[in-house]
Write a protein that binds this ligand. Structure first.
Ligand code: F6R
Length: 366
């Protein structure tokens, strides 16, 4: 049932070109520059006039929410707040009838996310769900929603569900932009045409596997690891760190790269691997100076770079290339080598990759 792979996690990592394709099927029309989301169609009019979106989720799904924040604010120009469901529900938050709450959950059974939905619903908000498991509790609690269609995820560490959540949020951002008129049809044609080809680019990103394995070999005995990124590379860094800690038990932290000098830089020495999301986007130059700061302190730099990069290669100890893409789609690609990295490190350390200690696939207690 693992389809020839040693673990479900690896199988699910390799399924992503297909799972993302399934997630987009029937929802994007690149030639027309149109997005259709049947699940939230009834709210198409309402979306023209919303003041604010609150995203609630836990763990990896919360990281997807952070990517969603960048995309929705960039394209639909609606202010977005991303909240841990557990904090949101206990904070007496300000919610009005004009708010839309998006709850993200792979399992659709996470107790804190369900409680956050119930509270927001009582206060009159419209609730959308982004779930992977059809008919689970969360889709039944929400007013409307969009399924991720990633297929069953068996590995406890979320991989293909995360990229499918990011894909749905990308579609939602474009859909809202289309409804609000904050994007032109020609721009949508351009974006959707590229999005349509992202599954093939993910396939190419997966080809870094052998190189990633070599890097894993070099850093597998580390006790700590930092992941740094800027812009939408920041949630990717958070997700890379979470994956590493949950399956390999190496202490890892994700930070916005510019925050490094406000504290974490004190940790850097020759023992500290630092993984950078250093792709060629709007924050490229800034990330390069952050890499220089780490190198000056003898940290080991592993960089996720755009194919053909030459600048970062001069500085980094290891560079892992991913295909070039518009900034909006970089999280989908940059996540792939990080999933592979944590997988190989965990295997090399003899960890139970599919069922890490102390973790369960769905957290139904608060
Ligand atoms: C990490 C992981 C968890 C879940 C979190 C939320 O790999 O799987 O952090 O993302 O427990 O679960 P869902 O998305 O089912 O609500």
């Amino acid at each position: 049932e693992k389809g020839g792979f040693d673990h479900f996690m690896l199988k699910e990592i390799y399924e992503q070109p297909r799972s993302i394709k399934d997630c987009m099927r029937g929802r994007i029309y690149p030639e027309e520059g149109k997005v259709q989301l049947g699940g939230i169609k009834e709210f198409a009019e309402k979306l023209k006039n919303i003041d604010r979106i609150i995203i609630v989720a836990c763990g990896t799904s919360w990281h997807a929410g952070l990517v969603g924040e960048y995309l929705i604010e960039e394209y639909a120009r609606i202010p977005v707040e991303v909240e841990y469901a557990s904090e949101f529900r206990y904070r007496n938050p300000i919610i009005t009838e004009k708010d839309v709450v998006i709850a993200i959950s792979q399992s659709g059974e996470t107790a804190d996310t369900m409680a956050a939905i119930e509270m927001a619903k009582e206060r009159g908000a419209t609730i959308f769900g982004i779930c992977n498991v059809a008919g689970a509790s969360i889709p039944r609690l929400t007013h409307a929603g969009v399924y991720t269609h990633a297929g069953p995820e068996i590995g406890v560490a979320s991989t293909k569900a995360f990229t499918a959540q990011v894909t749905v949020l990308t579609l939602m951002a474009f859909y809202m932009a289309q409804q609000k008129g904050t994007i032109t049809t020609s721009k949508l044609i351009e974006l959707l045409t590229e999005l349509d080809h992202i599954p093939e680019k993910i396939q190419v990103a997966l080809e870094s596997n052998d190189l990633v394995k070599e890097v894993a070999e070099k850093i597998k005995d580390s006790t700590n690891c930092l992941f740094l990124g800027r812009g939408s590379g920041f949630p990717v860094a958070l997700e890379g760190a979470l994956k590493l800690k949950e399956i390999s038990y190496i202490h890892a932290e994700g930070y916005p790269a510019a925050e490094m000098k406000h504290g974490p830089i004190a940790l850097i020495d020759e023992e500290m691997p630092v993984v950078f999301i250093a792709t060629q986007n709007s924050s490229y130059e800034k990330v390069i100076s952050n890499i220089q700061e780490v190198k000056a302190r003898k940290g080991k730099v592993i960089a996720i770079v755009t194919q053909g990069d030459t600048e970062v290669k001069k500085m980094a100890d290891y560079c892992i290339e991913i295909p070039d893409a518009k900034e909006a789609f970089l999280p989908l690609l940059a996540t792939i080598p990080l999933q592979l990295l944590s997988y190989h490190i965990a295997v090399m350390r003899g960890c139970n990759v599919d069922q890490p200690r102390n973790l369960a696939k769905s957290v139904t207690v608060e």
